[in-house]
Design a binder for this molecule. Structure first.
Ligand code: MLT
Length: 262
């Protein structure tokens, strides 16, 4: 089912009486990033995916995005759908939102799934790169930025073997608005560091990293797993950052094994 909740485009799949799982996509994607995952789990779980404000069909209220405002959107989706103890799954930027939401409202969640993400905030170097990307988008539009992003986001192997898939993915991302992309770059650059609260996480957490992730290295995720009491760490071999697209079967297997333990 499709819904608009305070301007946020939300899709729900499966029976509302099943355990809810909320899927938060990464940058600069939209809810369809999780299509393969949701297809696999919608018969057993109540799956909810939505477009982060400024992406897909979710309209921006203003161009001033923050991880805090994205987190408030997540909270209003959970509240309006009356989700009881959802499992929150965040990929990359979606993980930044999940970690910040968890800092505020852990008691409301049953478990976390953090894929290819980090609790650290941006280094000064990363902030400057985001700023340069915003200037480039202003000067040349989003296409050159997206071309560069795809080269970093996927493993060399996947780019070589799956050029048609990459083209398809690029076409989807090209529907994003430049304001939405630039807003998210600013939101990521200004996000708080949630590392200090990892030790206070008291719910089960699955961390999925990828061997060839050039954006968030598996070492960073291994350090996070060490700080979290009830953590399970899975590293997908041969995958780049976009693990659920590069290794969909392995990604779903990791998820299934974890979900079955809850
Ligand atoms: C993402 O995949 O959501 C972003 O690349 C994360 C980031 O740029 O920090």
């Amino acid at each position: 089912m499709e819904k608009l909740i305070d301007g946020i485009y939300v899709k729900t799949y499966g029976k509302a009486t099943n355990q809810p799982v909320v899927f938060i996509h990464g940058f600069p994607f939209e809810h369809t990033l999780y299509n393969n995952v949701i297809d696999e789990f919608k018969n057993v779980y109540y799956c909810i995916s939505y477009d982060i404000r400024g992406f897909g069909n979710s309209k921006l209220n203003s161009a001033q995005c923050t991880i805090e405002s994205y987190t408030e959107d997540l909270e209003s989706v959970i509240l309006r759908l009356k989700l009881d103890k959802p499992i929150i799954c965040g990929f990359s930027m979606g993980g930044y939102i999940a970690l910040r939401a968890n800092e505020k409202l852990q008691k409301n969640y049953k478990a976390l799934i953090l894929a290819n993400t980090t609790s650290s905030s941006d280094s000064d170097e990363a902030k400057l790169k985001r700023s340069a990307a915003i200037s480039d988008i202003d000067a040349k539009g989003i296409e050159p930025f997206i071309d560069k992003f795809l080269l970093v986001a996927f493993s060399e192997d996947f780019i070589k073997k799956e050029s048609l898939k990459i083209e398809e993915i690029k076409n989807t991302i090209m529907n994003s608005s430049s304001i939405g992309i630039k807003g998210a770059l600013l939101a990521m650059a200004s996000r708080v560091d949630t590392t200090k609260s990892l030790k206070d996480i008291d719910i089960p957490v699955l961390l999925i990293s990828a061997e060839n992730d050039k954006i968030i290295s598996p070492d960073i995720m291994a350090q996070m797993a060490n700080s979290i009491k009830k953590s399970t760490l899975v590293c997908l071999s041969g995958s780049g950052h976009m693990s659920m697209l590069e290794k969909p079967d392995e990604f779903n297997t990791a998820l299934r094994r974890f979900l079955e333990t809850l």
